[in-house]
Design a protein around this ligand. Structure first.
Ligand SMILES: *Cc1c(COP(=O)(O)O)cnc(C)c1O
Length: 432
């Protein structure tokens, strides 16, 4: 199952290393996970993609990255497992705004709070960053089909990127995925299979189907290259914080980053991005990573608490469907992100998650889906718990647009008022 001879992409990628047993592979010598992974359902044997940072820093400088007209992740191509930016699908991803949110700052007293709004990607979630890489690699390997299991957003992202590139895609989602997400898949023209079961059931089915039919598997925590797409958010944050400080300011890491966590691939990617920047000498220190989970889907939080290497599966029931995960698929990277950066896992109730949608929208102008608002709810919790200081530079990543799940939002806004079409009715309704 090894990939084709890879050619130019080997210029910067030196290989893949197993995060459990430490074995190194040349790229192309292994496809998804290390041979040490047992078939017992444990999600170890995750691979980390390694780069020749000296060669990267000869090929590109932070100044060049800043001067690029291209704001998409393509500008980071020497740090991506692709041969060149032209291999990415023609539907640009990334380059999302880092918002200064003055009214949220005033309401919280956190004077250097920023919201990175990744709901503004082409399919309206953070997952576009990874799916662009999946389609680039599937095409390069000449695969007829790229497939994924997803709670919804990874699938929508894959469907959109695949559509733009003319690549066939097969998607496995739990039947319970919100209708807007399923609509996206159908509209983009993917073959959609709604599995009678949980996300975890969909995941296992997708893995078997890819092995059986020779499809390219994008599934999170299994395909090692998804981390590489997700890490681009950290490059953007460090560049955007620098831009705020003036034309010649060096790249700047925030003090802490808040991100919601389901499988743990995003937080692992955010961590990898900042680690790359430290390795390149482009930033001086790592930000602290805070992973936020619902009390109704707390597997990684529990593992972090207990010091475990593998999370004990839970029965996840959170309303924030994108982070509703029984057995996280990317636990090694997710736990390392928090442990190595001196951050923490933070738990929030579902009620706090849904409530957090309102200030983000009403004071920040950002409409987040529940899993996106979870990061902000986690920041508020961390602030209460004394984990952050008011002057620190804090970045909350909104991972998905609120239009993905309007029913959840309307649980906290209440229903709309219906009136007769008359001025009297307006007066009546508003007490004028
Ligand atoms: C996938 C997703 C997450 C969680 O990412 P993981 O890699 O599963 O931890 C959070 N928010 C949104 C909107 C997502 O789609």
């Amino acid at each position: 199952m090894s990939g084709k001879q890879l050619g130019r992409e080997e210029m910067f990628v030196t290989g893949l290393r197993c995060l459990r047993c430490g074995v190194r592979y040349a790229s192309g010598a292994v496809e998804y996970v290390c041979a040490c992974r047992s078939n017992q359902g444990s999600d170890l044997g995750t691979l980390d993609v390694e780069y020749d940072y000296a060669a990267v820093s000869r090929a590109v400088t932070p100044e060049q990255l800043r001067a690029e007209a291209d704001r998409s992740i393509g500008r980071f191509w020497p740090l991506l497992p692709i041969g060149g930016r032209e291999q990415l699908p023609p539907l640009p991803v990334g380059g999302t705004p880092l918002l200064g949110v003055p009214r949220l700052r005033a309401s919280t007293g956190l004077t250097q709070l920023w919201v990175k709004d990744d709901g503004r990607n082409p399919s309206a979630s953070f997952k576009d960053r990874a799916s662009a890489i999946a389609v680039a690699r599937a095409r390069r390997e000449g695969r007829a089909v790229v497939a994924t299991a997803s709670t919804g957003n990874a699938a929508a992202a894959l469907a959109g990127q695949a559509a733009a590139a003319g690549q066939k895609s097969v998607i496995f989602v739990p039947k319970s995925a919100p209708p807007a997400k399923i609509a996206q898949l159908l509209v983009y023209g993917s073959t959609v299979l709604a599995v009678e079961g949980s996300y975890d059931d969909a995941f296992d089915l997708c893995t078997v189907a890819c092995h059986t039919f020779g499809w390219y598997n994008r599934s999170t925590g299994y395909n090692p290259y998804m981390t590489e797409g997700k890490k681009t958010v950290s490059y953007e944050i460090a560049l955007q914080l620098a831009e705020q400080r003036g034309a010649a300011a060096p790249m700047q890491a925030p003090d802490a980053v808040f991100v919601s966590v389901g499988d743990g691939c995003i937080i692992g990617g955010v961590h990898k991005g900042f680690k790359d920047l430290v390795a390149l000498g482009w930033i001086e220190r790592m930000p602290r990573m805070y992973g936020v989970q619902s009390t109704l889907s707390p597997a990684l939080h529990n593992a972090w608490r207990s010091g475990a290497e593998i999370p004990v599966p839970v029965r996840a029931t959170t309303r924030a469907d994108s982070i509703s995960v029984d057995a996280p698929r990317d636990p090694v990277k997710a736990l390392a992100a928090v442990r190595e950066s001196g951050g923490a896992y933070v738990l929030v109730e579902d009620a706090a998650i849904l409530q957090a949608i309102l200030p983000l929208a009403r004071l920040g102008g950002v409409f987040a889906e529940p899993a996106g608002a979870t990061a902000y709810a986690g920041l508020l919790q961390a602030w209460c718990d004394g984990l952050v200081q008011p002057e620190e530079t804090l970045v909350v990543i909104n991972t998905g647009s609120g239009l993905k799940d309007v029913r959840a939002a309307m649980e906290v806004t209440g229903e709309v008022r219906v009136i007769e079409p008359s001025l009297a009715a307006v007066r009546d309704a508003l007490g004028l």
